[in-house]
Design a binder for this molecule. Structure first.
Ligand SMILES: Nc1ncnc2c1ncn2[C@@H]1O[C@H](COP(=O)(O)OP(=O)(O)OP(=O)(O)O)[C@@H](O)[C@H]1O
Length: 258
């Protein structure tokens, strides 16, 4: 079944991907594009354009209706059981609302990134090895938060919580990070800290990063490439060198204006 992927193969490919929700809403419409390894891709579009849906088809948080999503040349729809858990391990996910256990310490939250590696009961009981604790510390070092190891998550600022969420994702040693509006609830200064952290992981560790953003300005600042969705369709796809604000604005036209 496995076609071994080489470095030059795209890490993710969308082939005629359609997603229709059970209530009939079209989430994605014939999406076709490849994402090269190590790219920092930003997805933009109006609210409801399909950005979250697109991201969530990659780790199968959402099932597609037809077409294929390939990760490392393999169709994610074929993954079951252990293979699906392994797929999800190599894909870290960052959410707008951080998804931390607020009453737990930063260290425990970061260690919970190992949930795909340990039996769940071990995670629940907090039975982690000294080596894993060291890894958690290293992950926190990458996001500059080692001084908060034993602080409760709900005592941190939003930006710090998001960096804990990134450290948690790093415990999976991911090849891909999906970030769904990671800075939507942050102020400009903490936004920069979070985006800089994602950029560093992309550049230094070669992690492929895919970020959904509302801000075109931020997209232009951080992306290697920007794709734009409108009503579930891919209507824009440019490398950053070719991005113009005027062309990007068209992504934000409503159907009546388009
Ligand atoms: N579980 C669901 N059931 C039915 N329709 C859904 C579901 N989730 C999303 N949709 C619809 O699919 C379309 C795409 O939604 P999606 O959340 O992917 O957009 P988005 O671009 O991420 O929006 P936002 O920027 O507001 O997060 C929208 O019309 C939305 O209402």
């Amino acid at each position: 079944m496995q076609a071994t992927a080489t470095q030059s193969d795209p890490i993710i490919s969308f082939r005629h991907v359609n997603k229709i929700y059970s209530n009939g809403t079209v989430g994605l419409k014939d999406i076709n594009f490849d994402i090269p390894r190590g790219q920092f891709l930003v997805v933009v579009g109006l609210s409801g354009a399909g950005k979250s849906t697109l991201l969530r088809t990659i780790n199968r948080m959402h099932e597609i209706s037809s077409g294929e999503v390939l990760v490392d040349n393999e169709s994610v729809s074929d993954y079951k059981g252990k293979a699906l858990r392994q797929l999800r391990r190599k894909i870290g996910m960052i959410f707008q609302n951080f998804n931390l256990v607020k009453r737990s310490t930063v260290e425990k939250n970061v260690l919970s990134g190992l949930v795909g590696y340990y039996p769940t009961w071990k995670c629940v009981l907090g039975l982690f090895s000294a080596d894993d604790r060291k890894r958690a510390f290293q992950a926190l070092k990458r996001v500059s938060l080692t001084n908060k190891l034993f602080t409760r998550a709900d005592e941190l600022s939003g930006g710090q919580q998001q960096r804990v969420a990134i450290a948690r994702a790093l415990m999976q040693e991911p090849k891909i990070i999906l970030a769904d509006e990671p800075i939507a609830s942050l102020d400009p200064r903490t936004t920069k800290a979070v985006m800089d952290t994602l950029q560093r992981l992309n550049r230094e560790d070669g992690i492929t990063v895919i970020v959904n953003l509302h801000s075109v300005e931020l997209a232009q600042q951080y992306a290697d490439r920007i794709v734009g969705l409108r009503a579930g369709e891919l209507v824009y796809d440019e490398d950053i060198a070719d991005v113009t604000t005027a062309a990007l604005d068209r992504v934000y036209q409503t159907d009546s204006e388009a």
